[in-house]
Design a protein around this ligand. Sequence first.
Ligand code: IMP
Ligand code: MG
Length: 170
Amino acid sequence: MMKNMSIGNIVISREEIDKRVKELGALISKDYKDKEIVAVGILKGCFVFMSDIIREISTDVETYFMQVSSYGSGTESSGKIHIKKDIDIDIRGKDVIIFEDIIDSGNTLSVLVPMLEERGPKSVKVCTLLSKPSRRIVEFEADYTGFEIPDKFIIGYGLDCDEKFRQLPY
Ligand code: IMP
Ligand code: MG
């Protein structure tokens, strides 16, 4: 049994996630037909979503990971991020898709996307499982979004609270 397990409502069920992940995978497969995808997962939250969605993608996929933290809290719109772990390949001329668990303030991706674009890839798109549009401090819209959710703190399927609960399947 997980300790301190006081989970509230199930916001999105395992079945709903499975269905949506399949849909997004099919859409990406269609959009990137005959292309090679450089998938860049943003650790740690991405790891469950990314491992499921890449198995729904029928074109060639290479997987890489980055770990970043945004400076300051939600009240700060100064776009600065700290790269704790970078990808170890040259993305020049590549078609990159960034995989995120959730877009909240928009701070992280609004800095990370232009940063990767400066490295000269052919394209950079963003696929996020979740988005909380009402929480944006910086305008940012993903190219592929699983679910838009209200301003609630949620856990499971890779998302944590104090590093716990990432294992929940819903
Ligand atoms: P932002 O868009 O730069 O604010 O960063 C989003 C990051 O905040 C995500 O990658 C998560 O790590 C974290 N986050 C935001 N909302 C939640 C939530 O409801 N549950 C768990 N983590 C969250
Ligand atoms: Mg995260």
